[in-house]
Design a protein around this ligand. Structure first.
Ligand SMILES: *Cc1c(COP(=O)(O)O)cnc(C)c1O
Length: 499
């Protein structure tokens, strides 16, 4: 394949397929992006003006426009194609959510507005809270945490407060090896000792290990359900009963609720506290660190400890903010959380309705299982248990030819797809974690399957084609270790220019 990233000779024009120089590099002295008429009044002396910014790029307006417009076309997003990043739930974000979020009264609202002037916003939070409680089957909720991981921390702090109130503070948190990586990090930050719980051959919690490890020292079991293998914990009732009998609490990482919404409710299967990822299950553009929301829903025993302020209701039914909560763990975030995510989630829930939400769940599960069936003869399936919303393969068949999950992911870029999640979960060696979500239609799924099957064939016939991918991108393979260890985050003038 020709190396398009390094065209031979001088180039006549910058083009889509070519790399883009920095503004600093295309700057030429004296160019300027504006033209002002000559001054016809006396010049005023301004204090504190800077005469010059060294190396400030000098460019015409058109050069700036073209530079940024070209860059803007480099993105691969949910709106350009299937985005099968497992565990991330990169689903389509309906435009109606954006429209609602930008309505004048909502988009221009300010968190310092008085309660009386914020009744509409508070009503939105109240309604969203009611829907989320209905969906999860829990008793009380806070919308404050700004992400899934912050929801986890909030939830574990609630467990700590509730156990302390029982006079039974404990030291350990049990976490299965199939958990999301943020779970052990959360437990450690909250001051708990993390103990690993091994999965059984089916990829779920091993009941005999739980029986042995669920001692009087364990504050909580942190369970991702469905777990990161995309498998539902079928013993969930027995798990919950055992944890409760031994005086602990069951924390559910509910970031994967898109596999359960409308089908089953954590509150009904014994969960004490859980977080949701509004920016996954209930849409909102995410990825690249955009804003999120990680509400935490709890059973009654934990509700006195929820972060302040708590949404409460006046006798006339209107919402108010309750700061008088002496047992609260305090604030976890400024104001009430990421309000723009609440409006998006509420729009998503209301636009879908009950039937729509259930259909969404079933489509997400169907899509994952379709991929699984169509690929299981060319990629190894480490766990035979049926999938929920995502499927995890391993690269063991390809590794025999020296091709690993990272290579297959890079090759997928040449086929025009965003890679799947690479080498996660850790419990699978060389994992390929694929989550199509309900947004992919049959034609797209078949295209993706076609690409994966073609790469599997290449891995056998011409492995070096895969191990040297991508071949069609502006930048080829990065030295990922160097990029992480020695990131170059700012432009520096070349040595001759700075002398
Ligand atoms: C995404 C995810 C998280 C973390 O959520 P953030 O919003 O990225 O902090 C936690 N657990 C699971 C299972 C997830 O998929």
């Amino acid at each position: 394949m020709p190396d398009l990233s390094q065209p031979a000779g001088s180039r006549a024009a910058r083009h889509q397929v070519q790399n883009e120089d920095l503004l600093f590099e295309i700057s030429s002295p004296g160019k300027c992006g504006y033209q002002l008429p000559a001054l016809d009044v006396p010049a005023a002396e301004l204090a504190h003006t800077r005469q010059e910014i060294q190396y400030f790029p000098e460019l015409s307006e058109l050069e700036v426009i073209r530079h940024f417009t070209r860059l803007s076309t480099w993105n691969y997003g949910v709106d350009t194609g299937i985005y099968p990043l497992g565990s991330c739930t990169m689903k389509y974000n309906a435009r109606i959510n954006e429209l609602v979020t930008r309505l004048d009264g909502l988009g221009d609202g300010h968190p310092l507005q008085s309660e009386a002037l914020s009744q509409g916003a508070l009503r939105i939070m109240q309604l969203l809270s009611q829907y989320l409680l209905e969906i999860t089957g829990m008793d009380a909720i806070t919308l404050q945490p700004a992400a899934g991981a912050q929801g986890e921390l909030t939830g574990i702090l609630l467990v700590r407060a509730a156990l302390a109130a029982r006079g039974d503070a404990r030291r350990k948190v049990l976490i299965p090896d199939s958990a999301h990586g943020t779970n052990p990090a959360t437990a450690a930050i909250a001051g708990y000792q993390v103990e690993n719980l091994k999965s059984n051959p089916g990829g779920t919690v091993d009941m005999s290990s739980l029986e042995r490890q669920m001692t009087g020292d364990v504050a909580a079991l942190m369970l991702t359900n469905p777990n990161t293998l995309g498998i539902f914990e079928e013993d969930i009732h027995r798990i919950a009963d055992l944890v409760h009998q031994r005086g602990g609490m069951l924390y559910m990482d509910g970031a994967n609720m898109n596999a359960l919404v409308g089908r089953s409710r954590p509150g009904d299967f014994g969960v004490d506290v859980m977080h949701l990822n509004l920016h996954k299950t209930f849409s909102t553009p995410h990825g690249g660190g955009g804003p999120g929301a990680g509400p935490v829903a709890v059973q009654r025993e934990l509700s006195p400890f929820l972060p302040i302020p708590v949404l409460a209701t006046r006798p006339d039914g209107s919402p108010r903010l309750d700061f008088d909560r002496p047992r609260s763990i305090g604030r976890v975030r400024a104001f009430y959380g990421n309000f723009g995510m609440f409006t998006r989630a509420l729009a998503y829930i209301m636009a879908n309705g009950c039937d729509g939400l259930l259909q969404t769940t079933e489509d997400a599960v169907l899509n994952a299982n379709y991929l699984r069936k169509k690929l299981e003869d060319v990629f190894a399936l480490p766990y035979p248990t049926p999938s929920m919303h995502e499927v995890v393969f391993s690269d063991s068949l390809q590794a025999a030819r020296g091709v690993h999950t990272g290579d297959i992911a890079k090759r997928l870029i040449d086929y025009g797809f965003h890679p799947y999640t690479v080498s996660f979960p850790l419990v699978v060696r060389g994992a390929l974690m694929i989550e199509p979500t309900e947004s992919a239609n049959l034609a797209e799924l078949d295209q993706f399957i076609g690409a994966m099957r073609a790469i599997a064939q290449e891995a056998q016939a011409t492995p070096e084609l895969v191990t040297s991918a991508p071949h069609t991108t502006k930048i080829r393979r990065l030295d990922e270790v160097a990029a992480a260890r020695n990131p170059v985050l700012r432009w520096q003038p070349p040595p001759c220019a700075s002398s």
